[in-house]
Design a protein around this ligand. Structure first.
Ligand SMILES: Nc1ncnc2c1ncn2[C@@H]1O[C@H](COP(=O)(O)OP(=O)(O)OP(=O)(O)O)[C@@H](O)[C@H]1O
Length: 250
């Protein structure tokens, strides 16, 4: 039986203030626990699509639903709660370079604290233990006291994933998470995302340029072209020819 959707796009369009069309009438749903890969040329709208889910970008038409709630309805504190459920991983890792791995990972927990406490570094013993657990999930516990900028790119991305796990997310959004990594490290990072998907039932959405990786890891592939959803197939139905078509310049 098909899982209930955890995210739904209902006729979503996004026009940036300078008139650029980011998304055009996007209408599809993502079932809970799916590993979805979004492919498309540079500028096709992949990042924009992802960022409408946690309201880093506002839509100009339509609505995005997360667990059946319209995300536009979230304000202030409730928006913080929405974002806590949605972890995000970036191409450039977004770690605090001069801080330790431990501090970086702990920072994933700040949304659970009133500001004064996290600012003063008063994290609970449980949360410090949770850092170790999270680092173990990504095989990085031995680097807990290293400075973030002493780590390789792949290690930094694993720390970024551990930081996200501190949120206890239900959804992970990964925007080109392996774009600056070598092939071996790429596999490590993609394998971790797949494991979190399979073992924890997390819904994972990954923007990728690589067609081969999309085919290897996705349950389903959607393709964007100039802000429009031009392709949507389960992995069993995806063909090489289809993917080549999506990547053809228009
Ligand atoms: N803040 C912004 N203001 C104006 N236009 C923007 C903004 N952000 C993105 N765009 C435009 O919206 C369109 C979609 O961009 P988006 O970054 O979502 O594409 P993408 O598929 O993620 O590209 P890439 O693979 O290069 O990251 C592009 O034409 C882009 O130039």
């Amino acid at each position: 039986m098909e899982q209930a959707p955890i995210i739904s796009f209902k006729h979503v369009s996004k026009v940036y203030s300078n008139g650029t069309v980011g998304l055009k009438d996007i209408d599809f749903s993502i079932p809970k626990g799916q590993f979805l890969v979004v492919v498309g040329l540079s500028g096709s709208g992949k990042s924009t699509l992802m960022r409408t889910i946690n309201r880093m970008h506002e839509v100009t038409e339509g609505e995005v639903y997360v667990e059946n709630e319209a995300v536009s309805a979230y304000k202030g504190r409730s928006l913080r709660t929405l974002r806590r459920r949605i972890g995000m991983i970036f191409q450039n890792f977004n770690l605090i370079n001069r801080s330790s791995v431990e501090k970086n990972v702990l920072s994933g927990r700040v949304s659970y604290y009133p500001t004064w406490k996290s600012v003063m570094g008063l994290f609970s013993a449980e949360d410090k233990q949770k850092v170790v657990t999270s680092l173990n999930r990504v095989n990085m516990a031995e680097k807990i006291y290293a400075r973030a900028d002493e780590l390789s790119g792949g290690q930094q991305q694993r720390v970024a994933i551990a930081r996200t796990l501190m949120q206890d997310p239900k959804i992970i959004l990964a925007d080109e998470p392996i774009a600056s990594l070598d092939p071996l490290t790429t596999k490590t990072v993609m394998d971790i995302l797949k494991r979190l998907n399979q073992e924890d039932g997390l819904t994972v959405i990954v923007n990728l340029h690589s067609v081969e990786l999309a085919r290897e890891y996705a349950d389903r592939i959607v393709g964007l072209r100039a802000g429009e959803l031009v392709y949507d197939e389960p992995i069993s139905a995806v063909t090489e020819a289809d993917l080549n078509k999506i990547y053809q310049a228009i």
